[in-house]
Every structure is written in C-alpha cells, then in structure tokens.
Write a protein that binds this ligand. Structure first.
Ligand code: GLY
Ligand code: MN
Ligand code: MN
Length: 430
C-alpha cells in the first residue's frame, strides 16, 4: 500500500530541505539511508494505527511519506518509493507520483523502492520505531558499522538541536493551535462534565485545524499521575483540572502545553497559593533562559523558587538552598523542568540521552535530578519546554523511606491542609 498525503507546502520546502542536507554533508561523507516507516496493524493488516513518519526521515524529506526511504550522500538526495497501484488508489484515492513528490522536496533522483537493497548495503542509518521496518533495516544492511551509525546520530543531533526558520515558524503555528485548544478546554469545563468531554473539546480544535496531537493528551483531575491517560472522572466543585495537550503540525512539528485550572473557575486559597508558587518557578526559569545558560541551572532555579514558596507556605522547613541540595523539593516536583522540543515532543529521545545530554554528561541518580531530560547549555534556535509542577504523589509522600528521610524537613501536619491540591503543572514552549 502506498499512500501519500496531499499537503500544500510552501515554495521554500525544497530549499529548506536542501540546506539541511548540505549541512549534514558538511559533517559526514559516508552514505546514509533513512526510512520513513510503515503503519502498524491494530488487529488486521488493513486496519492500522495512525501513521507517523520517522522524525529523522521527516527532517530531511519534509513530507510524511509512507513506506519510503531517502538516500543521502554528499548533499544529494535520492527518493525511494513506489507509485500508487490502482488497487491502492481504489481504497485510498490517487496520490502524487514519485516524480511529483521528488520535485516537491527537491530530490536529485527518484527510484522505485526495490532499489533500496543495493543502496542500503553500506549506508549508515538510525533505527525506526515500527518493527517491520526495523527488521528490514537490519536485513538490508549487510555490513553494519556501529561507529558510522553513531557518527550519523551525532551529526543529526547537531543539526536538530537548533531549528531553522521554517521549523520555528511551523512550531509557532502548532503552539498557536494548542493555545486555542486550551481556551476551548477552559470554556468546556463545568461541574458534572467528564474529563473526556473536556479532552474532546480540546482535541476538536486540533483536529479542526487538520493537525494531530503530538502525544496522548492528559486531561485529568488527578494531575498527580504525571502522564495520566484516563478520562473517566466527573468534574467536581473544588477540583483542579490539569490539561497537557499539544498540537502537531501536518509536517510533524510539535508543541507541548500544560495549564491547570479550577473546575468552578475559582481557586481555593490553598490552590491559589500553590499555583502562584508554580507560576513563579515557571516565570523565573523562562526569564533566565538565554543562549549560554545551562538548562540544568534553569531546573535548579525553578527548584529553588518552589522551595522558597513552600517554605513561605510552611510546607517545607529550612533554608531553600539547602532543601534543594537535599532534594526535598523533589517530594513535590519529582520530574525535570522540561526537554527538547522539535519533530518529537521529547525531541530525539529515540536516541536515548544522546541528544539531551552533552557529551561526557550522564544522568544523575539523585532523587531531584534523575528525570532531568536535558543537560546542555542553551543555544540560539533551540526550543525547550519549561514545565514546573507541584504534585502530591501517594507513592512518594506515603513511602516510609522518604517520610523518614524527610521527616524533619516537611511539616506533615501543615501539608494536610493542602489536600485539595493534587497536581499542578504549567508548561510552555520557549
Ligand atoms: N506532554 C509530555 C511532557 O510534558 O513531557
Ligand atoms: Mn513537556
Ligand atoms: Mn506536556
């Protein structure tokens, strides 16, 4: 099956893609093959999960083509894909020819897909997510050079860490749609409705713009479950609703936004107090973000703001700096301040920490640092999320070992007065 989307693209798509592959050619001189991947079957072959082209492929090929590959060598791009068969067109409609697509993306050559074997043999690659394509990658490359694949990963990371104007402009469009989705979610919120109904109102905006969700939406009154994907609760007076919903543009560029609001439109005093602390941490981290600043410092700055606020509220006891050094803030903010954003919502996490962590840096096993997904100095053109939060996670706060470790640093009785604050996160894309 060969389906290609009919997407209007700006004239400059081919130019942008040409620049990207030229920049790759400045770093490596060996051939590269990148696969788009193919849809995975849900239950029988013709009923598939929504197809998402591999992001490394998308970065250089521009279009979410299915069952296609690109061969890159010294700046030259060869597109490999088959034209739609009459049988496929019967079910999925006509689609542009290989030659038309090649022209749209500025390819230097275009070949049927069965030329893949000869060109893939000695090419470096990055593995795609779907199992069938991954198996093909392994089979077709008779000589796999792990060092070359690693060098390719490093070269692509160097490119994708910062974004060109085409990418930034598309990410802005995706973010603008997310903002509209969040406004629709707030408008749809009412006591008695379900989380699912609010999610539907939010995703309707995204779908209505012909975009998709960049990740599974989180729309929950139980924000303490960090990636909650259940939508069955009815909204009750006194609940906070946490919505982490982000649009992805038709060509794959992500946004990632979280807001937390009171179901009735009015915070309780305790909810307002904690919300303001999270907001202060969010604002401080964004204000400090500029080229050259270590992202880890933004994380620690947000932790410091949270600790100061929680000391002022009487929840934590001690000097904020010392509390952060002891990871006491992590009792309530157990994740990192954010991550890279680009074609993937956690950009390039298919490569593990290779993109998120600068060379020779590794994840800490400290309670307050182990979920930090990005540890690099910021560069102009990078896009990152800033997403501090406050959560009362039973698995952390009821854990006997944690309670004993932090016995004297938390006023556990005072904390009892904040039972109506289960989870707050405020997330923006910078
Ligand atoms: N939406 C997932 C995240 O914020 O990382
Ligand atoms: Mn995020
Ligand atoms: Mn998010």
């Amino acid at each position: 099956m060969m389906v290609t989307p009919a997407i209007a693209t700006p004239h400059s798509l081919a130019d942008t893609l040409r620049q990207r592959r030229q920049r790759l050619a400045e770093q490596i001189d060996f051939p590269v093959m990148l696969w788009s991947g193919q849809p995975s079957a849900r239950n029988f072959p013709a009923n598939t999960y929504p197809f998402r082209a591999n992001s490394h492929f998308l970065y250089f090929a521009g279009l979410p083509l299915m069952q296609a590959a690109i061969h890159l060598e010294r700046g030259r791009l060869t597109l490999l894909m088959d034209d739609t068969t009459p049988e496929s067109a019967l079910w999925h409609g006509p689609s542009p020819s290989r030659e038309q697509i090649a022209e749209q993306i500025g390819a230097d050559a275009a070949l049927p897909f069965d030329h893949l074997a000869e060109l893939a043999q000695d090419a470096a690659t990055l593995m795609v997510q779907d199992a069938a394509t991954a198996a093909e990658q392994l089979t077709l490359r008779s000589t796999i050079h792990p060092a070359q694949d690693h060098a390719l990963a490093q070269a692509i990371i160097a490119l994708r860490l910062t974004h060109d104007t085409a990418a930034i402009s598309t990410m802005r469009q995706a973010a603008a749609v997310s903002v509209q989705a969040h406004k629709a979610g707030m408008a749809a919120t009412a006591v008695g409705k379900t989380e699912a109904a609010v999610r539907a109102a939010m995703e309707a905006v995204i779908m209505g713009e012909n975009m998709t969700c960049a990740y599974n939406s989180i729309v929950t009154t139980h924000g303490e479950v960090l990636h909650n994907e259940h939508y069955g609760h009815r909204l009750q007076s006194g609940d906070l609703l946490l919505a982490d919903v982000g649009a992805e543009s038709p060509l794959g560029w992500a946004s990632d936004i979280t807001r937390t609001w009171p179901v009735t439109g009015e915070f309780s005093a305790t909810q307002r107090a904690v919300y303001d602390i999270v907001l202060a941490a969010h604002d401080a981290a964004i204000a400090a973000a500029r080229p050259g600043v270590e992202y880890r410092e933004l994380h620690l700055l947000a932790c410091q703001e949270l600790a100061e606020g929680l000391v002022d509220l009487g929840i934590l006891k001690g000097q904020p700096q010392s509390l952060v050094e002891q990871d006491a803030h992590a009792l309530f903010f157990p994740h990192g301040i954010g991550h890279l954003l680009g074609l993937d919502v956690h950009d390039m996490e298919d490569l593990g920490d290779l993109a998120g962590y600068a060379p020779d840096r590794h994840r800490s096993d400290r309670f307050g640092l182990k979920f930090l997904r990005l540890d690099r100095p910021l560069q102009a053109g990078m896009v990152v999320t800033i997403e501090p939060g406050f959560y009362q996670v039973p698995g952390i706060l009821q854990d006997p070992a944690r309670r004993s470790q932090y016995q004297t640093l938390v006023d556990w009785e005072r904390l009892q007065q904040f039972q109506d604050v289960r989870g707050i996160r405020i997330e923006d894309d910078v």
